[in-house]
Ligand binder design. Sequence first.
Ligand SMILES: [Fe+2]
Ligand SMILES: [Fe+2]
Length: 178
Amino acid sequence: MPVTIGEPPRGGHDRPLQMLQDCHRRIERFLDVLRRVAEDRRGGALDADYRDGLEAALDYFAHAAARHTADEEQSLFPRLRARSDDGVRARLDALEADHAEVAPGHDLVEALGRRWLAEGALAPEDASRLAMAVSELRAVYARHIAEEDAEIFPLAEALLAPDELAAVGREMAARRGR
Ligand SMILES: [Fe+2]
Ligand SMILES: [Fe+2]
């Protein structure tokens, strides 16, 4: 099960909204890696491909995914809020609530996934908990990402001035040490 990170990203820091969408594609891919490991192996032995896939997905959500949340909550959403009405602000509040809602699921996946890697197998009840947590994360992200991609980012494109978008891009670059 080779892990594909995806096509070369189309967005650079000069195109922050595209870069955020590229991140969404990586989130979807790594959630699908977690789903495949959990469903195919059900807590059993992992061959090298499954181990590598599981490890890459855990590392992604432990590090890169947190930066994506910060990109939205600290860079994009505050600027969009300043130019939006109450209806849009309420939607941004709900999206931020989603970010908080997925945290316990990520913590559980991290704990069980690392245990699986360390011990080589998971007890059946832990394998079930892992599969359930991944399934719940996929459901939340499917709705959340669809709203951001189809509605929030186009709104940002329409409402934010070029220099505001450029500032978002600079902050995203700084978050990655670039
Ligand atoms: Fe988000
Ligand atoms: Fe997002």
